[in-house]
Ligand binder design. Structure first.
Ligand code: KG4
Ligand code: ZN
Length: 341
């Protein structure tokens, strides 16, 4: 079954054609980074307007690259939440129109579920159970996908998302937007042990994360050094900040897998492109005897292929969404989905 996946939950206008949930025929991402760069973060109104401009050209390119026409599309999958409501609505309206016009099934997909199913595009059909660390600009959660295909959120950030922390600290350090890749690059020349930043909630039970204290600690330490006239090494700050985030994420992920008797782990979402997180997670999983599945960075950041993969799973199970589905900016992962059969 050839599924067209549409993703417009944040600042990437993305579409893809995926065959049987695993084979990517085209995966086109129209990035809006330049639209948001002057503001150092995503501006919701600008994102929604840019989706309107970009979506049709992105869909056209997806069909051309996939060697297909709309007549070949057998199902349409679209992100219905969580995300920015104005941005989501652009994709949802397009998906509903296409499904109605072509008379093919429509399926609404949870964005985080999409991130997890990105794994399927590189490793073949997912065989749960699997513990997934979903880390992006808007989300930081540890979820368990069980044998029945049900998601349980084991823990989540109680304040900022990891990507948000990367972007804010990067801006504070005078680095470019988006900040995650900049800090990742800068940290390669720094000492991760140079500054002992706090590891929030590490010693505590449960799988929640907290990042706002770390952000404050970085800002306070830099101001202290500045006023004391001490030299500041940006690579050292970047490496130490990154290490504090990675440390907690790796340990909590491995603990979650061990506590739930699960042998497979994945890291997904934009921050999963982080080279230090990938290296440390790989090392820790190796030591704990866990299998780590890591989609390539291009499939970690927002894309339409992951939505098509997750949507295909539901369509293949007979699920359908009504043509009047809406967007839910706060859609919870634990809920079966916003899908109303
Ligand atoms: O999943 P994504 O593309 O969009 C959301 O759903 O948010 O994630 C974007 C986030 C941004 O905050 C960006 O700075 C971060 O992922 N990111 C990274 C890296 N590449 C992207 N963070 C750390 N290291 C990276 N290499
Ligand atoms: Zn995302």
């Amino acid at each position: 079954m050839l599924v067209l996946g549409i993703e417009t939950s944040c600042d990437e206008t993305a579409a893809a054609l995926v065959e049987d949930g695993v084979r990517v025929r085209a995966n086109v991402v129209g990035t809006q980074v330049e639209h948001h760069r002057p503001y150092g973060g995503v501006v919701p109104e600008i994102a929604a307007r840019a989706h309107l401009e970009l979506l049709l050209p992105v869909l056209d390119r997806t069909l051309v690259e996939g060697g297909a026409t709309y007549a070949d599309v057998e199902g349409v999958a679209v992100t219905v939440g969580p995300g920015l409501v104005g941005a989501l609505l652009v994709g949802v309206a397009a998906a509903k129109s296409l499904a109605l016009a072509r008379g093919v099934p429509l399926i609404g997909v949870n964005h985080l579920e999409g991130h997890v199913y990105a794994v399927q595009l590189e490793y073949g059909i997912l065989e749960p159970p699997i513990v997934a660390l979903v880390v992006s600009g808007g989300h930081t959660s540890l979820v368990l996908l069980d044998e029945e295909g049900t998601f349980t959120t084991l823990g989540a950030t109680v304040d900022d998302a990891a990507g948000e922390a990367f972007d804010k600290i990067a801006r504070f350090l005078g680095l470019d937007y988006p900040g995650g890749p900049e800090i990742d690059r800068m940290a390669r020349d720094g000492d991760p042990a140079a500054i002992a930043f706090p590891r929030a909630l590490l010693g505590q039970e449960g799988y929640d994360f907290s990042l706002s204290g770390l952000k404050t600690a970085v800002v306070r330490e830099l101001r202290r050094r500045q006023s004391a006239g001490e030299e500041i090494s940006v690579p050292d700050v970047a490496a130490s900040f990154q290490e504090a985030i990675v440390d907690v994420q790796v340990r909590k992920t491995v603990a979650a897998a061990r506590d739930h008797d699960v042998e497979q782990v994945t890291i997904v979402g934009g921050v999963a492109a982080n080279s230090r997180l990938r290296a440390r997670m790989s090392e820790a999983c190796g030591q704990a005897g866990l299998r780590l599945l890591t989609p390539s960075p291009a499939l970690c950041t927002d894309n339409g292929a992951m939505i098509a993969a997750a949507g295909w799973n539901r369509l293949a199970a007979g699920e359908r969404s009504a043509l009047d589905i809406g967007a839910d900016p706060n859609l919870a992962l634990a809920a079966p989905s916003a899908v109303r059969p």
